[in-house]
Design a protein around this ligand. Structure first.
Ligand code: KIV
Length: 283
């Protein structure tokens, strides 16, 4: 008999029902983390994309607060609210019931003085996340310890941490000198000791990411951190070629923005030519 490890509350219209999830995803997380294969993670923010990802082979879906940038057009991830992140986590969980889902703890619900991280994390688990991701900040160890003591799975995040970008002097590659590498390595070790199940390494020198990966027993998942990490994560809209800006570390595996423009132009032409809709497309 398996133990119940998480409960997902899903609202179907006005009828809330409780879905008891047996240990499946925790076991899956353990298997993926212990496996020899590199881990893949992509961000996702809505039901339709989540449904596509549910059919893909990707290991983990991250409901990232990068939603602020790519969905809301904001420059600062701190501006996304907890309720926005919760709504999108619900949508993703609904679209990708077979995937491991990690939800980003937004600044407002984790680092803000008035926030209650414990309650925020619980809401994400109720919305369908299997784990939460907490970016490194001054008080993060206390927060993470509390979450883990309350049986919530936590993914760490060090390096270029967008929620505290002002303390890092802007968007700069991390781990460029010994002092910086030592600081990052210490943070990684501390997170591991607290019990996080993996750590995202964002935008750091490849050698620094290698050093950190080598000293850890838990896997690292890199973004702009080179090839030595145990896994890689990309923002979905970046890898699909949907987001206008492109960082050096992004590879566009598709060019959907061109395909979308072409499809919409075809629609526009057919409307103008009065060849859409056809008889068979009408009631
Ligand atoms: O929000 C996000 O997309 C992230 C990734 C950069 C790891 O945290």
């Amino acid at each position: 008999m398996e133990v119940v490890v998480s409960q997902k509350v899903i609202n179907e219209g006005n009828v809330p029902f409780l879905m008891i999830v047996m240990g499946k995803n925790r076991r899956k997380i353990r298997q993926i983390m212990a496996g020899k294969k590199k881990i893949s993670m992509v961000t996702c923010y809505d039901y339709s994309f989540a449904s596509c990802l549910n059919k893909s082979d990707v290991d983990i879906i991250l409901v990232g607060d990068s939603m602020a940038n790519v969905c809301l057009g904001l420059s600062d991830t701190k501006e996304v609210s907890t309720s926005e992140m919760l709504n999108h986590t619900l949508a993703v969980a609904k679209g990708a019931p077979d995937k491991i889902i990690v939800a980003d703890m937004p600044y407002a619900g984790c680092q803000k003085k008035t926030s209650r991280p414990q309650e925020t994390a619980k809401k994400f688990i109720e919305a369908g996340a299997d784990a939460v991701k907490v970016e490194w900040f001054r008080g993060c160890k206390k927060v993470i310890k509390n979450l883990i003591n309350n049986d919530i799975l936590v993914m760490g995040h060090i390096g270029l941490t967008p929620q505290t970008i002002h303390l890092l002097g802007g968007h700069k590659v991390q781990g460029k000198n010994k002092g910086s590498v030592d600081r990052l390595a210490k943070q990684a070790k501390q997170l591991q000791e607290l019990g996080v199940f993996s750590i995202v390494l964002e935008c750091m020198q490849q050698d620094a990411a290698k050093e950190i990966t080598d000293i850890l027993e838990i896997p690292t998942i890199g973004i702009g951190a080179g090839k030595y990490c145990d896994g890689q994560v990309l923002v979905l809209y970046d890898l699909l070629g949907l987001y206008p800006g492109k960082m050096k570390f992004v590879r566009r595996f598709s060019d959907l923005s061109v395909q979308i423009k072409d499809a919409v132009n075809s629609f526009n032409q057919e409307v103008k030519k009065e060849t859409f809709p056809l008889e068979e497309e009408s009631f």
